[in-house]
Write a protein that binds this ligand. Structure first.
Ligand code: PAF
Length: 282
């Protein structure tokens, strides 16, 4: 496994593979890797000749400075996990490498940027679009792999690829979960064991709600019930629970197509913000 910190050196290495007609699969990450990330690497290995992973905590996508400062970082452990997973190339640039010179170009994603997560994290998706475009241009991968846990981010990236004509095959990989259903996330490292157990309520609520909707309960009623469940819990604070159409991530009151309907939650526990989702036809 080769590790690079400089864009030019990474490009030179990737060119060697490209000249051999090797297919490059990219897994962009912010590090603090867990099984969820490793499953992305495994999928990338299955579908490409060369697996590249980027580790970069991107400051422009953090709307909350405390979240950026406290974001877990453990590069030695990450490199160890990636080596074991059979990754070929790792890119670990400094902020000064990724944001050298001016960087005032902004990408706007219309309603998708301002709905749901976008509403609660102003500027977040614009920052994601900016860094992922840079990574796509640097790596020029044949395919790219993202987790379903960040479902709205996946659709932001789909829009980026479709509308800016990146010749990249996009893959969404299902969320990995703990035994109690808690979605694996780097932010879970900031939770105590008890908080992790309590946070299982997020997935339980998603599952119960999806089942209720499929059995014919109204979305309005399901949302009310979910709010009641969280009100009874002393540790978890619900930020939002919404049933949305994945086209625009705005709330709906009736389901038109289960395949494009998602249930989404954001909740806080011990100052850590967690998100999760289920597609209705999960
Ligand atoms: O999902 C993430 O870890 C990040 O948002 C990404 C896609 C690596 C961009 O910084």
């Amino acid at each position: 496994m080769n590790t690079f910190k400089k864009i030019e050196e990474l490009r030179a290495e990737l060119l060697k593979y490209r000249l051999e007609n090797k297919k490059i699969g990219l897994v962009p990450t912010m590090g603090a890797l867990h099984h969820g990330h490793i499953s992305l690497v495994e999928q990338a290995k299955e579908k490409s000749d060369v697996v590249a992973v980027s580790i970069f905590v991107n400051p422009t996508q953090f709307n909350n400075p405390e979240d950026l400062e406290k974001y877990p970082r453990n590069i030695e452990r990450d490199l160890d996990l990636l080596k074991k997973a059979g990754c070929d190339i790792v890119f670990t640039p400094e902020v000064t490498e990724m944001y050298a010179g001016s960087h005032d170009l902004k990408i706007s994603f219309g309603v998708l940027e301002n709905s749901l997560e976008g509403k609660f994290r102003p500027g977040h998706f614009s920052g994601v679009g900016q860094i992922v475009s840079k990574l796509f241009n640097i790596f020029q991968p044949d395919s790219a792999f993202f987790g379903q846990k960040d479902l709205q981010q996946f659709f932001i990236i789909k829009k980026l690829i479709d509308q800016l004509c990146f010749p990249i095959e996009l893959h969404m990989i299902p969320t990995k979960r703990e035994d109690n259903g808690l979605a694996m996330s780097s932010r879970n490292e900031r939770l105590t064991q008890e908080e992790k157990l309590e946070a299982g309520l997020i997935y339980q609520t998603l599952k119960q709600s999806a089942e209720a909707i499929l059995e014919g309960t109204s979305i309005h009623h399901v949302i009310e019930q979910a709010n009641e469940l969280f009100e009874k819990n002393e540790r978890l604070t619900l930020e939002y629970f919404e049933v949305v159409e994945t086209e625009n991530f705005t709330g709906i009151s009736t389901v038109s197509d289960p395949k494009t309907t998602a249930l989404c939650i954001a909740a806080e526990i011990g100052k850590v913000r967690l998100i999760d989702n289920l597609l209705l036809n999960y």
